[in-house]
Design a protein around this ligand. Structure first.
Ligand code: SF4
Length: 261
C-alpha cells in the first residue's frame, strides 16, 4: 500500500495481499517478484502462500476516502501492484474483503488490472450488476498470444470503464478490436532486462485509439536508463484519460498534461 506512487496513471496503490505466479511473457521480469525477494519475501510461484496484509493496510483507503469526501477530489487507486486481484490462489476471504472495502469507498476510483482475464467474471461480487460506479476493469496486453484473448474476456464484462495496460509492449499487436474499450495505457519495458519496443508499434496503437475514440496514455519508451526512455512522442507527452473523468483530472494536473482523445 502506498499513498504516493511512481505509477503515472494512478494516485495510490493498494495491495489486498502479496504474492502471485507467472502466467505469461509479460511476467518474465516481474518487478513485484523482484521487490518481494529484495525485501526478504518468498511469495511467488504456484505453490507459495501469499502474504496476508495487516489491518492497518486495510484501513488506509478509508482514510483516503475521508480526504476525498473533504476535498471533493476523487483519487485513482491501482489495486494489486504486488498481486493479481483475480488470482484463484488469493488468500481465503481476502477478495470478499476487498469488495467490502471498495463499497465503503465510493469516492475512490479503483483500477483493477489482471492478466487472468478468464477469472474476472467469477471473481466479481454478486451485486456487480452493470458494474460498480467506482471500479475500472483492465487487462494486460503485452503480446498477441496472451493479450488479445484477454480483450475479448474484458469486453464481455459490464464495467464503468474498461481499460488496457499495453505494457510491456513486446511486439506489434496488429489490428485491435477496441469496441467497448475506453482507455489504453502503453509503455515499453524498463529495467536491466528490458526488451525493446519499436516506435511503429506505438504509432499503430495511437492511431487505432484515435480512430476508435479510446483515450491513449503513453507512459514510457522503456529501456535501461533511469528515465525509462522518457514519455514524449515526437516531443509531445500524450496522457489522455477516459471521458468520464477527464474534467476531474483536468483540475488535478497541469493542463499541458491532459488532452482529449
Ligand atoms: S501477473 Fe503481475 S504480479 Fe503476477 S507474476 Fe505476472 S507480472 Fe508479476
Amino acid at each position: 500500500m502506498a499513498e504516493q506512487t511512481a505509477i503515472a496513471w494512478c494516485d495510490a496503490t493498494f495491495n489486498p495481499w502479496w504474492g502471485c505466479a507467472k502466467v505469461s511473457s509479460g511476467c518474465d521480469f516481474c518487478y513485484a517478484e523482484a521487490f518481494d525477494h529484495r525485501t526478504g519475501g518468498d511469495h511467488w510461484g504456484p505453490r507459495r502462500t501469499p502474504r496476508v496484509m495487516s489491518d492497518r493496510n486495510w484501513r488506509e483507503p478509508l482514510r483516503w476516502q475521508r480526504r476525498a469526501e473533504e476535498t471533493g477530489v476523487r483519487r485513482r487507486v491501482f489495486c494489486g501492484s504486488m498481486c493479481d486481484w483475480a488470482d484463484k490462489n488469493a488468500p481465503a476471504g481476502q477478495r470478499d474483503r476487498l469488495w467490502e472495502l471498495i463499497r465503503a469507498t465510493p469516492d475512490l476510483d479503483w483500477l483493477l488490472l489482471t492478466k487472468r482475464a478468464p477469472n474476472i467474471a467469477r471473481c466479481l461480487p454478486g451485486d456487480w450488476g452493470e458494474g460498480y460506479p467506482n471500479v475500472w476493469l483492465g487487462v494486460t496486453v503485452e503480446d498477441r498470444r496472451h493479450g488479445l484473448p484477454r480483450i475479448e474476456h474484458l469486453r464481455r464484462i459490464p464495467a464503468r470503464v474498461r481499460f488496457l495496460s499495453i505494457e510491456p509492449l513486446l511486439e506489434d499487436l496488429g489490428r485491435l478490436d477496441l469496441r467497448g474499450i475506453q482507455w489504453a495505457i502503453v509503455g515499453g519495458e524498463s529495467g536491466p532486462h528490458a526488451r525493446p519496443m519499436e516506435a511503429a508499434w506505438v504509432e499503430s496503437l495511437q492511431q487505432q485509439c484515435d480512430a476508435a475514440g479510446a483515450a491513449f496514455f503513453f507512459k514510457q519508451w522503456g529501456g535501461r536508463g533511469h528515465d525509462k526512455g522518457g514519455c514524449a512522442i515526437g516531443g509531445i507527452e500524450i496522457k489522455q484519460w477516459p471521458a468520464i473523468v477527464r474534467a476531474a483530472v483536468s483540475a488535478m494536473v497541469p493542463p499541458s498534461m491532459v488532452s482529449a482523445p
